[in-house]
Design a protein around this ligand. Structure first.
Ligand code: ZN
Length: 261
């Protein structure tokens, strides 16, 4: 889909932004197979579905330094699931090589840190388009998982409030997983939906542990829509981040760590 004369977004998960056939942001998923010979390949963060571009030939390849855990399979698993387990069939991931730029300067690209989803998560502004990566998600994505994936939920929520301000200075906003709208108003509504979804999530967690001791996995089970093993692992990362701030009492029992308020 065309945004400006020079900006095109190729739908996918992630949606991939191409500027002037020169700059590509978040090449991954099914878009990995696209034949784009761009001189600049940028990733918003190190998750395996966003870094295929970094495997390509390019003058500049940029992954935020804080996300260099993504250089190894073990690092990516550890950052997503909290651990790795070498031959477990639960994990199916690709591999990238360590040949990335420490930093890059390009007068046409502005990069802004929006941590939370990962430690280094970065958004880019190119030609009046804000590419927000996984800072926020499509409504269906949120509803299917029940919990957004945030390594630090509170940092992520802060980033959302910052993006709400940042949006005022651009004409278009694109996210990695969700619908593509050229109507900025719709993206502002989606951002607001994400913010209130997250605020409600905090309330749900508080309600579950009020006068009631629960483990993070029990809370995660109650809140998750999709209850397969991998999804419970993923969702429990965000839930733990919420619990450690909202629980007034945290103690260890034979069931594990118990949270209550
Ligand atoms: Zn991600």
């Amino acid at each position: 889909m065309k945004f400006t004369k020079n900006i095109e977004v190729i739908p996918g998960s992630p949606n991939t932004l191409i500027y002037d056939n020169r700059v590509v942001i978040d090449l991954g998923g099914k878009n990995s197979s696209l034949d784009i010979n761009a001189e600049v390949q940028l990733a918003t963060h190190g998750h395996s579905d966003h870094i295929a571009g970094l495997l390509k030939k390019a003058n500049v390849k940029y992954l935020p330094k804080e996300d260099y855990w993504a250089l190894t399979l073990m690092g990516r698993r550890a950052m997503i699931y909290g651990f790795s387990s070498k031959d477990s069939p639960l994990f199916t991931y690709d591999f990238i090589k360590d040949n990335l730029s420490e930093d890059f300067k390009d007068v046409e690209i502005q990069k802004i840190k929006m941590p939370g989803h990962t430690p280094g998560h970065t958004v880019y502004i190119v030609d009046s388009v804000l590419y927000a990566g996984d800072a926020f998600f499509g409504q269906k994505v949120l509803e299917n998982f029940g919990v957004p994936f945030y390594t630090d939920f509170w940092e992520a929520l802060n980033s959302l409030y910052k993006i709400k301000e940042l949006i005022k200075s651009v004409d278009y906003v694109v996210i990695a997983h969700g619908p593509i709208y050229t109507n900025k108003r719709k993206m502002e509504e989606l951002l607001d939906f994400n913010i209130s979804f997250n605020e409600k999530l905090v309330q749900k967690v508080k309600d579950l542990i009020t006068g009631n001791e629960m483990t993070a996995e029990e809370v995660t089970y109650r809140i998750s829509r999709n209850r397969d093993v991998a999804n419970i692992l993923l969702n429990s990362v965000t839930i733990k981040s919420i619990l450690f701030q909202v629980a007034k009492n945290i103690r260890v029992s034979e069931k594990g760590i118990l949270f209550s308020t």
